[in-house]
Write a protein that binds this ligand. Structure first.
Ligand code: FAD
Length: 418
């Protein structure tokens, strides 16, 4: 067994861990960052389609609002390190950034590698010792805020411990939910982890025939089947990708958490509005106008002016509207309108943790000080990043939360040593 002694130990070299370690070291503390993978920041490297959507072009309030219930908890750490400061940090580290039309912030180079390297080099330059290929097996308190961290070969004696081991999503990145049992043993409550920002499985065979098609502007809603008039449980306007197994893209993935939160997913229905910019009355008027003009236009052609052509043709076929506007019976017209505005997607599930971009659930937030990320149960223990019960939508929100909470933990852990 190799023995090490550091003032601060950080478990997990992801976005939150590299940030926490760097900030702790900036205050002069000796810091070790212990990571199970061969390379730090593996999830960063694959994020945003390997472009890494660092944050969102908004202020701290805009970020915390997007987190819903978890937003209030995030306010103090986001206030101290809002998106503009994240952007400034990366610019100072040599990573120029750009804001895309959607508000997502990316490196100008479109390379996630540059983001990971900037965070890692910052930590190394501040003196952080990064120990990779060291899967932590567990840790135990030695009193007075001090801890012993154990791997199969090494033993770390630290005065403060920061846990940033992530959640359970995309386990191929090393995130296999290791921290949950450790923290449960110490008395923390873990809100049951579940996949979020995950592609949906389902759809009928004719939809699968459209695999590869992207609807650039549509709206997906999750509604309570028993009470359709109620406000949807989740609703997201954006792009949707039809896949061989179901649906992906922001509009589908952003509502997935509402499905995985249900005890009985069969109680909800997922509806697609393929044309959110046109309301039902406008659509009826459009059909009526074409009818008045003689109605010789085919329904598929008319729909193709409003929807992607492949979808227009398929809808006309599927809803018995393979005819001209004049030939369209009233009942079929209503069914077609329904299909355009409220198409049930027949969702049967999701692709699960294997393909989820984040984990919803995690360490219960009222057990953590929101300004310092210190555990209210175990003094000297700090918990940050996705292992907490916070999950945001697609758009850079999740990295932003990892950076802000990681930074808060690093600063507070170092300060507590003074
Ligand atoms: C495919 C994909 C794309 C994404 N794209 C984006 C995006 O563009 N923008 C965005 O905001 N969010 C994105 N996310 C979400 C984002 O990556 C996470 O929210 C973020 O990485 C969480 O940071 P973290 O530091 O808390 O955890 P992680 O980045 O998951 O890091 C945890 C680290 O702890 C290590 N670890 C775990 N257990 C142990 C152990 N026992 N011993 C030692 N080390 C351990 C892991 O190996 C890992 O390196 C994406 C996620 C995925 C899966």
């Amino acid at each position: 067994m190799v023995n090490h002694s550091f003032q601060i130990g950080v478990i997990g070299a992801g976005a939150a861990g590299m940030m926490a370690a760097a900030e702790a070291a900036r205050s002069g503390a000796s810091v070790v960052l212990v990571e199970k993978n061969r390379k730090p920041g593996v999830k960063i490297l694959m994020s945003g389609g390997t472009r890494c959507n660092i944050t969102h072009h908004t202020n701290a309030k805009g970020i915390s609002r997007a987190f819903g219930a978890g937003g209030r908890f995030l306010q103090p750490s986001l206030g101290a390190f809002p998106p503009e400061k994240v952007v400034r940090m990366f610019e100072d580290l040599g990573v120029a950034t750009k804001v895309e039309e959607t508000g997502k912030v990316f490196p100008v180079s479109d390379r996630a590698l540059h983001v990971r390297d900037a965070l890692l080099n910052q930590a190394l330059e501040l003196g952080v010792k990064v120990h990779t290929e060291q899967p932590v097996l567990g840790f135990q308190s030695k009193g007075q805020g001090g801890w012993e961290i154990l791997t199969s070969t090494d033993h770390y004696d630290v005065q403060r411990l920061i846990v940033t081991a992530g959640g359970k999503s995309w386990p191929g990145c090393g995130t296999t939910g290791d921290a949950y049992p450790w923290l449960t043993e110490l008395g923390h409550q873990i809100v049951a982890p579940r996949p979020a920002l995950v592609p949906l499985v389902g759809g009928s065979s004719w939809m699968h025939d459209l695999a590869g098609l992207t609807l650039t502007d549509c709206e997906v809603s999750v509604v309570d089947k028993l009470n359709r008039s109620r406000k949807p449980l989740a609703r997201r306007r954006g792009s949707l990708l039809i896949t061989h197994r179901g649906f992906s893209g922001p509009a589908a993935m952003d509502v997935s958490g509402a499905l995985t939160a249900m005890d009985s997913p069969e109680d909800v229905e997922v509806l697609l509005d393929s044309l959110p910019s046109v309301n039902e009355n406008q659509l009826i008027d459009h059909l009526t106008d074409r009818s008045r003009e003689g109605g010789r236009q085919r329904i598929a052609t008319l729909l193709a002016h409003l929807l992607p052509k492949r979808l227009a043709i398929m809808m006309a076929q599927q809803f018995n509207a393979d005819c001209t506007v004049a030939e369209l019976p009233k009942t079929t017209r209503l069914r077609l309108l329904d299909a355009v505005k409220r198409l049930p997607l027949s969702i049967t599930g999701t692709l699960g943790f294997d393909k989820a971009e984040v984990t919803a659930g995690g360490v219960q937030l009222d057990e953590i000080h929101p300004k310092t990320m210190e555990s209210r149960i175990c003094p000297g223990l700090y918990i940050a990043g996705e292992v907490l019960n916070v999950d945001g939508p697609i758009g850079g929100y999740n990295f932003q939360a990892a950076f802000s909470t990681g930074r808060a933990a690093g600063i507070a852990a170092a300060k507590s040593l003074e």
